[in-house]
Design a protein around this ligand. Structure first.
Ligand SMILES: Nc1ncnc2c1ncn2[C@@H]1O[C@H](COP(=O)(O)OP(=O)(O)O)[C@@H](O)[C@H]1O
Ligand SMILES: [Mg+2]
Length: 342
C-alpha cells in the first residue's frame, strides 16, 4: 500500500490563556493524498486556520498542540525540532495567507522576497534564483515579470500581490500547498481568477492542496474531498456532491442554505441562527446542539462520533444513528424528545 502524504490523527490544539483553555481544535483527523485537493470549510472561528497552523507549526502564543499526530509521509511532525520544521516549511509544505499585504514585506522588492525564499530552501545561486523568480511570476500570470521583480508590494494591485504570494509559496515546489482563505480580501472577479490559478497550478505541478474557506460555494468545484468544521470539530466529510446534495449534518445543511449562489429563485437566504459555542466552555455533547433545530436530549449530553453514511461520506450527528435504528426496527424511536424551536 502506498504511503499517505499527510495523515492528521486526533489533533487537539488549544490556547492556554489567562481565562482558561480555549479548545480551538478538538480531536480532528483527516488524510491528504498526493495530488489531491482537500477543502476545509466552516464559519469564522471554527478552527480552520488553527488546524493549518498546527500542521505548519506556526501557532501564535499561547497556542500549543496538545494531542494527536501529524504524519508527513509517515514521519510525525509534532516530534520535529523547530530547525527541522523550518526545512519542512517552504520545501514540503507552503501556506498562502488571507491578506497578502501583511505577509509581504513593504520595504523589499517582490523579486528580493521571492529570491530569498528560493535561496533559503534550494542550492540555487543568486543569478539562478533571480531567473527562477521571473519564471515563477510568469507562471502565476504576472505580465512583464522581468520588470515586476524590481517593484515593491505597494506598486501592485491586491490580486497581483496574492499572485506574488502564490509564487513565493511555489518557489520550492512543495508537496502540499495550504491556501488559507486566499481570496477573502479580493473582489469577486479577482477571487475567481486566483482560485482558477491555484487549480491550474495544482494540476500542472501535481501537488496536493488544502483549500480553506468560509464560503463553501466558492471552492466546491475544485475539491476531491470536503471537511466541514464547527467549533474545532469535524461535522461532516465527503465529496462535494455528498456535501451539497446529500448533507447529513444539520450544520452542513445550514451552511448550504446560507449560500446565496445556490438558492433557488423562491428560496430565501437563511443565516444559521444563534451564536457560536464558547470554546472556553465546550458543552459535553455535540458542539452544534444549542443551534440545531433537530437537537435531541442525547445531543446535549454526548458528543456524537462520525457515522459512515455512504462511501467516503460520514457525519457526526446523532440524527443518523436515530435514522439507522429506526430503519432496522421501525417500532423503535431513539431520543424521541426532539426539541421544538420556540
Ligand atoms: N491567539 C489566540 N489566542 C486565543 N485564542 C485563539 C487565538 N487564535 C485563535 N484562537 C481561538 O481559536 C478559534 C479558531 O480560530 P481560527 O482557526 O483562526 O478560526 P477560523 O476557522 O476562522 O480560521 C477562535 O475562535 C479563537 O477562539
Ligand atoms: Mg482563518
Amino acid at each position: 500500500m502506498s504511503e499517505r502524504l499527510l495523515e492528521v490523527k486526533h489533533l487537539q490544539t488549544s490556547f492556554f490563556t489567562d481565562s482558561g483553555e480555549v479548545k480551538a481544535v478538538n480531536d480532528i483527523s483527516f488524510n491528504l493524498d498526493a495530488g489531491k485537493v482537500l477543502g476545509i470549510v466552516g464559519e469564522s472561528g471554527s478552527g480552520k486556520s488553527v488546524s493549518a497552523y498546527s500542521v505548519m507549526q506556526i501557532l501564535d502564543y499561547p497556542g500549543r498542540i496538545k494531542g494527536g499526530s501529524i504524519l508527513l509521509k509517515g514521519k510525525d511532525l509534532t516530534t520535529f525540532t523547530s530547525k527541522e520544521m523550518e526545512d519542512i516549511r517552504g520545501e514540503r509544505i507552503s501556506i498562502i495567507f488571507q491578506d497578502p499585504m501583511t505577509s509581504l514585506n513593504p520595504v523589499f522588492t517582490i523579486g528580493n522576497q521571492i529570491r530569498e525564499s528560493i535561496l533559503l530552501h534550494t542550492d540555487r545561486n543568486k543569478e539562478e534564483a533571480n531567473k527562477r523568480a521571473i519564471e515563477l511570476l510568469d507562471l502565476v500570470g504576472i505580465n512583464e515579470p522581468a520588470r515586476r521583480v524590481k517593484q515593491y508590494p505597494y506598486e501592485l494591485s491586491g490580486g497581483m500581490r496574492q499572485r506574488v504570494m502564490i509564487a513565493m509559496a511555489l518557489a520550492c515546489e512543495p508537496d502540499i500547498l495550504i491556501a488559507d482563505e486566499p481570496t477573502t480580501a479580493l473582489d469577486v472577479t479577482i477571487q475567481g481568477q486566483i482560485l482558477e490559478l491555484i487549480q491550474d497550478l495544482q494540476q500542472e505541478m501535481g501537488m496536493a492542496v488544502i483549500m480553506i474557506t468560509h464560503d463553501l460555494g466558492v471552492i466546491a468545484s475544485m475539491c476531491d474531498e470536503i471537511i466541514v468544521m464547527y467549533a474545532g470539530t469535524i461535522c461532516e466529510r465527503g465529496s462535494a456532491d455528498d456535501i451539497f446534495y446529500n448533507p447529513h449534518h444539520e450544520y452542513t445543511k445550514g451552511l448550504i442554505r446560507s449560500i446565496p449562489t445556490l438558492r433557488k429563485e423562491d428560496e430565501r437566504l437563511v443565516p444559521i441562527p444563534g451564536s457560536p459555542v464558547d470554546l472556553l466552555n465546550m458543552p459535553p455533547g455535540c458542539a452544534f446542539a444549542a443551534r440545531c433545530p433537530q437537537a435531541m436530549e442525547i445531543c446535549l449530553e454526548e458528543r456524537p462520533g462520525e457515522i459512515v453514511v455512504g462511501p467516503g461520506h460520514s457525519a457526526a450527528c446523532w440524527m443518523n444513528v436515530k435514522r439507522f435504528m429506526e430503519m432496522s426496527d421501525p417500532t423503535r424511536s431513539v431520543g424521541a424528545t426532539a426539541r421544538k424551536e420556540s
